[in-house]
Design a protein around this ligand. Sequence first.
Ligand code: SF4
Length: 352
Amino acid sequence: MSLTRSDSPVSARQTAAPQFRKPLSVVYVEDAALSHPRTVEILAKLPGATVIRCRDYRDVFNRPHQEPALQKEAQALILAVSDRPRLYEGAPVCQDFGNRNFYYTSDVMNCVFDCEYCYLQGMYPSGHIVVFVNLEDTFRGLDEVLSAKQSAYVCISYDTDLLAFEPLLGYVGKWITFAAERPNLTLELRTKSASASVLRALPVTDRVILALTLSPDTVIRTCEHRTPTLATRLALANEAIDLGWKVRLCFDPILAVHDAKAVYNDMFDEVFRTIPMDRVLDASVGLFRISKEYLKEMRRHRPCAVTCYPYELTDGVYHYPDMIGKPLTELAIARLTEFLPRERIALWDGTD
Ligand code: SF4
């Protein structure tokens, strides 16, 4: 594998072919990450990739005038070393399931999937994927939090879909091992991925909640590009339950699509036909909501039905008007309480 030196984002861009090359066929490696063992492992799994050195990942990821929506068609990988643990306190718009000491991690920035409503498009200036190879520094940071606060609930798949990266990165397996030795730690792994072989290769643990995002097929087809169908996600949910995982069903975000009540009703019918609901841990329900700043960027880069909807703005967060959103959350709660007690359903409807 040859290394090409590129200190400037301009020369890095010139080295790469234009758009629509194969995803992950270009890997930028920050100087600090070059000799890291995990960099070597990852590059070994991408034998055909063109590898380009860069001084700092920000030279590539944060450069101005990028087109994230186009870059998602041919994502490059950027391997970097973080100068701090990638551990953050949860934001108010995230559901914390009543857990104190709620954190999330960001060792990977961006996602192989391409959801039109994804807040990452408003948060990041690039559609490329950054992987911080020094995961162990996040582990160290979390150990400090655990010492100071005695317990923590950590979402490890917020700014990405970590399970979709498992064949390349193996981070989920490492998190499971980490959690297994820390009885005061609970992890949530949120995913739209549906690879049964990946799941079967992981150790089963009750310390990790597998949070599967479910959407109607119409929403999947029109808005959640490259993600598995509802039937495939439900098959994974069944497999996970059989394997002994704690499974959370996430109906979030709910979108006010055409004929939404009928569309979501049909989806719940399919879910309840397929999943043994008495073996599900809990569920979450959330209407689409997004910060004002993120939506501004998303509308600029990706004007579409979801981003251009005339949302209402409350305290810096755009959300559906009550008359549109409330009937949808009421429907979701009514359907889910056919099988789950209300206290095992977390709700985000803009009022809690
Ligand atoms: S799966 Fe999640 S993180 Fe990935 S693009 Fe969709 S919403 Fe964003």
